[in-house]
Write a protein that binds this ligand. Structure first.
Ligand code: AHM
Ligand code: MG
Length: 346
């Protein structure tokens, strides 16, 4: 017998949530629906990436003498072009664009802001490894429309997100999202022949503690003592606490996060001294850490920069980087205790 709710489309699910929230307007559903269309287009291109000669550098031409775009550039433009005319946004922010993206004057504007990483893990495309799109949605704070005020509107802590989630393009394509405030995290799998995302993972809960640690250990020469002691702790033998943990690292954030969300565990991208220009690690606060932090929180987990909740950080600039510890609540709380110096494992 089918489980309750399983198989309903993402649109039905959003409409149901909209009905349960008296303040909700159809605008938000319209916005998310358009993002889903963009993701379906990206998913289609990702799935044929090896065939379609789409891997070439921007500027190459294919056999039909058409310009070939790199897949991450393609994904970025699909999202921008689809989202700019929905009439619900005042601006967008993408990992691919240095500046905020304004809504062209011919289209109506709205009160929402979407920030996104159009194709995260794109260095994995060539080797057929899962990649994804990450997004966070905010409400505009002011009524101002000049560009400086827009930047102020965008630079909000992640806790203000009204929705967040990701699409994963893998052995199947999925959308995982939350609208926060205890509404839970729900996963939908794309049924390609029907062209719809169908509810497959209702109310995802991450285990309180996991058995997986995920980190690029090739960077350990660039880590400080605290980070080393933390990773060594996960690798140490201790029957009582189920250690050593298993190491799993794909190098594609959405895929690493998604696995740990379902199975439990901790993903880490610590601060390191590899590049003096990026002393706070590699991942971006607004388009990578914050959306996943809201998802994990709603699933019962936690995300920290090693000192405080990711969701509480007031961003200073759009492309700000941040150390990231994310996953099962107990594992991330321990990481925070160690990195902040509250607990000494050395
Ligand atoms: P990208 O936005 O340039 O694709 O980089 C982000 C990716 C993440 O998907 C992944 O977690 C991380 O970079 C892997 O980095 P590294 O190769 O240094 O381990
Ligand atoms: Mg990225």
């Amino acid at each position: 017998m089918a489980r309750k709710g399983v198989g309903i489309t993402i649109t039905q699910h959003m409409l149901q949530q909209q009905r349960e929230n008296p303040e909700a307007t159809g605008g938000f559903t319209t916005l998310l629906n358009e993002l889903i269309v963009a993701a379906k287009v990206i998913s289609r291109e990702v799935n044929k990436a090896g065939l379609a000669d789409i891997l070439g550098a921007t500027g190459r031409t294919n056999v039909q003498e058409e310009q070939v775009q790199k897949l991450d550039v393609f994904a970025n433009s699909v999202i921008i072009e689809r989202m700019q005319h929905v009439g619900q946004l005042c601006c967008m922010g993408s990992e691919e664009n240095a500046d905020l993206i304004e809504i062209p004057s011919e289209y109506p504007k709205g009160n929402y802001i979407i920030v996104f990483d159009p194709l995260d893990g794109s260095s994995n495309i060539d080797v057929n490894v899962s990649i994804g799109t990450i997004f966070g949605i905010y409400k505009k704070k002011s009524d101002e429309t000049n560009i400086d005020m827009l930047m102020n509107d965008v630079l909000q802590p992640g806790v203000n997100q009204v929705a967040a989630g990701y699409f994963i393009y893998g052995s199947s394509s999925m959308m995982v999202y939350t609208t926060g405030n205890g509404t839970g995290v729900h996963g939908f799998t794309l049924y390609p022949s029907v062209g719809e995302f169908l509810l497959s993972h209702e109310n995802i809960r991450i285990p309180e503690r996991g058995k997986i640690y995920s980190v690029n250990e090739g960077n350990d020469v660039f880590w400080d003592e605290k980070t080393l002691s933390l990773v060594n702790y996960f690798k140490a033998r201790d029957k009582g606490s189920g250690r050593p943990y298993t190491s799993r690292y794909i190098g594609s954030l959405v895929a690493d996060f998604h696995r740990n969300l379902l199975k439990g565990g901790i993903f880490m991208y610590p601060a390191d001294n590899k590049d003096p220009n990026k002393p706070t690690g590699k991942l971006r606060l607004m388009v990578e850490a914050n959306p996943l932090a809201l998802v994990v929180k709603e699933a019962g987990g936690y995300a920290s920069d090693g000192n405080r909740p990711i969701l509480d950080i007031q961003p200073k600039e759009f492309h700000q980087r941040v150390p990231l510890y994310i996953g099962s609540r107990e594992d991330v709380a321990l990481a925070e205790d160690v990195i902040s110096g509250r607990k000494d494992l050395t």
